[in-house]
Write a protein that binds this ligand. Sequence first.
Ligand SMILES: C[S@@+](CC[C@H](N)C(=O)[O-])C[C@H]1O[C@@H](n2cnc3c(N)ncnc32)[C@H](O)[C@@H]1O
Length: 225
Amino acid sequence: MDNNKNYAVTETKDVEAFFHGYAADFDSIYGHTKKRSVSDKFLDTYFRKSMRLRYDLVLKYTANTNIKTILDVGCGGGVYCEALLNMGKTVTGLDIAEGMLELTEIKTKKFVAEGKVNYVHSGYLEHEFTEKFDAAVLVGFFDYIKTPLEVFKKLETEITKELLMSFPKSGGFLGWQRKIRYNMRNCPLYYYSKKDLETLFSKIGWSGKVEIFDIERDFFVRVKF
Ligand SMILES: C[S@@+](CC[C@H](N)C(=O)[O-])C[C@H]1O[C@@H](n2cnc3c(N)ncnc32)[C@H](O)[C@@H]1O
């Protein structure tokens, strides 16, 4: 029996359950919908600056007219899917949590008739695509991934031009506090130092293709194939 794999599968189920339950509240992080407690509002504000910076970087790089088809891995509430569709891209949103994918569907349903958007309800590593994409967006995704190298290996087979990814930084009191809050709800959380990222990119052979941006609470990474 592969214990390591079993452990990862259980973790994936925990992430799925956490985000399915979180869906109703999730959009408030972007400043919309439901009421938040004072402490949640404080943390939202703190993390929102990084969220804005990474959002701007994704839109800047995907504006390239060579990028026509985009896979949004861990699309969550669909903020990126919606923005990319509004830019004229063809987008596939994939998410493990049904409740989150439903939020994406609500935001983007007007693009279904034109065949511009597809939805996949699955864990990323568990889903086999038959097509390739020009680019992939993985924002706020690696926070929940125990085996990033496996994800990189799969991305290499599916993405032809560019990856745009965020990785939460290790260190800091609020990062530590966030980890406790998530762990109390059974959701694993992973942080990365710049050195961790460099080691991972060296292992996959991407060192010469990677740009790492230091943006507040995250590292934003662009990989050009
Ligand atoms: C913090 S949200 C980010 C959503 C969106 N990318 C954004 O930045 O607004 C992370 C999302 O990743 C999804 N997720 C986590 N692990 C996943 C996996 N292994 N496969 C697919 N989706 C996953 C969660 O369900 C959740 O919707």
